[in-house]
Design a protein around this ligand. Structure first.
Ligand SMILES: NC(=O)c1ccc[n+]([C@@H]2O[C@H](COP(=O)([O-])OP(=O)(O)OC[C@H]3O[C@@H](n4cnc5c(N)ncnc54)[C@H](OP(=O)(O)O)[C@@H]3O)[C@@H](O)[C@H]2O)c1
Length: 256
C-alpha cells in the first residue's frame, strides 16, 4: 500500500463515496493522511463503517449529502468544501450510475436527461464550482471515474450511460491541456466490471458469470482493485508527469 503520509495535509473531495468504489477511494485517502470531504450520495446511511466513524470523530473526514439531479445538489457539496478547506488538492468526480437499462427506441426524454445530468453534466458543474479552490493548491489533481463502456459501448440498454462516460473521458483530456498552466493534472480511472451495488442492480448473475469467464484474470474486480489507481493519479510525487490519461482497471477485459 501507499505511504501513510502520502497525502498528509492534502484536502480531498470524493463524490459518490457512500459505498462502492468511492467509499474505498475515500478510505484509502484517509489511510494516507488526507482530510476528506465525502459526498455520501443522496441520503445519510443509518450506520457508518467503523473507519469512517473514527475519521469523522477526529475531524479528518466530513460527510455531505446531495442529489446531483436536484438544482442545488452540486452547490451544496461545493459550499461545504469551501467552508472546510482553504484549498482543494484533489477532486474525485465519481458519483454516477446507469440509472436503468433503456432500449434505444424506448428511452424517454426524462430518462435521457437523467442519465446525462447525473453522469456528465454533474462532472462539469462540480469541476467548475471547485476550480477556484483547486487553483489555490500548488499542485492539484482531478481524477474522474469513467468506464470500460466508454471504449466498448457497453451492453444493450446502456448506450446513453456509455456515451456520457466517453464524454467525461474526452472532457478530461481537454481539461488536462487547459489546466496544465495552473499546475492541475486531470486523469481518469476506467473500471471494468466491478462487484458493487452497481451490477447487483443492472446485471443478472448469469451475465456477470459469463463476463467473469471472459476476463483474462478470471475474476470480477473489486473497489479495492480500483482505489489505488485514483491515489496514484492524484499523487504528484507518483504521477506528476501524467495528465490527460485514462487508466483502465479491468483484469484484462479490454486490451487494446
Ligand atoms: N461497478 C462497476 O462495474 C463500474 C464500472 C465502470 C464504471 N463505474 C462507475 O464507477 C462509479 C462508482 O460506481 P460504483 O460501482 O461504486 O456504484 P455504486 O455503489 O452504485 O455507487 C454510486 C454512487 O453514486 C451516487 N449517486 C447515484 N445517484 C446519485 C445522484 N442522483 N446524486 C448524487 N449521487 C448519486 C450513489 O449514491 P446514492 O446512495 O444516492 O445512490 C453512490 O454513492 C460510477 O460513476 C459508475 O458509473 C462502475
Amino acid at each position: 500500500m501507499f505511504h501513510p503520509a502520502l497525502f498528509k495535509g492534502a484536502n480531498v473531495v470524493v463524490t459518490g463515496a457512500g459505498r462502492g468504489i468511492g467509499l474505498e477511494v475515500a478510505r484509502q485517502f484517509l489511510d494516507c493522511g488526507a482530510h476528506v470531504l465525502l459526498h455520501g450520495g443522496r441520503t445519510a446511511a443509518t450506520e457508518l463503517p467503523e473507519f469512517l466513524e473514527i475519521a469523522v470523530a477526529e475531524a479528518r473526514a466530513h460527510i455531505v449529502h446531495a442529489d446531483f439531479l436536484q438544482q442545488d445538489g452540486i452547490a451544496t457539496v461545493a459550499r461545504r468544501a469551501e467552508d472546510l478547506f482553504d484549498q482543494v488538492d484533489v477532486l474525485v468526480n465519481n458519483a454516477g450510475t446507469m440509472v436503468g437499462r433503456f432500449p434505444a427506441g424506448e428511452i424517454t426524454d426524462a430518462e435521457y436527461e437523467t442519465v446525462v445530468r447525473l453522469n456528465q453534466t454533474s462532472v462539469m458543474e462540480m469541476t467548475r464550482a471547485l476550480l477556484p479552490h483547486l487553483r489555490r493548491a500548488p499542485q492539484a489533481a482531478i481524477v474522474n471515474t469513467v468506464s470500460i463502456s466508454a471504449l466498448t459501448g457497453g451492453s444493450p440498454g446502456s448506450s446513453i450511460y456509455s456515451a456520457t462516460k466517453a464524454f467525461v473521458a474526452t472532457y478530461s483530456k481537454a481539461l488536462a491541456r487547459e489546466l496544465a498552466p495552473d499546475a492541475i493534472r486531470v486523469n481518469c480511472v476506467s473500471p471494468g466490471t466491478i462487484e458493487t451495488d452497481f451490477h447487483q442492480r443492472y446485471s443478472s448473475p448469469e451475465k456477470l458469470e459469463a463476463t467473469r469467464k471472459a476476463i483474462p484474470l478470471q475474476r470480477l474486480g473489486t473497489a479495492e482493485d480500483c482505489a489505488p489507481a485514483y491515489l496514484f493519479l492524484a499523487a504528484g510525487s507518483l504521477s506528476g508527469y501524467i495528465t490527460g490519461q485514462v487508466l483502465e482497471v479491468n483484469g484484462g477485459q479490454l486490451i487494446c
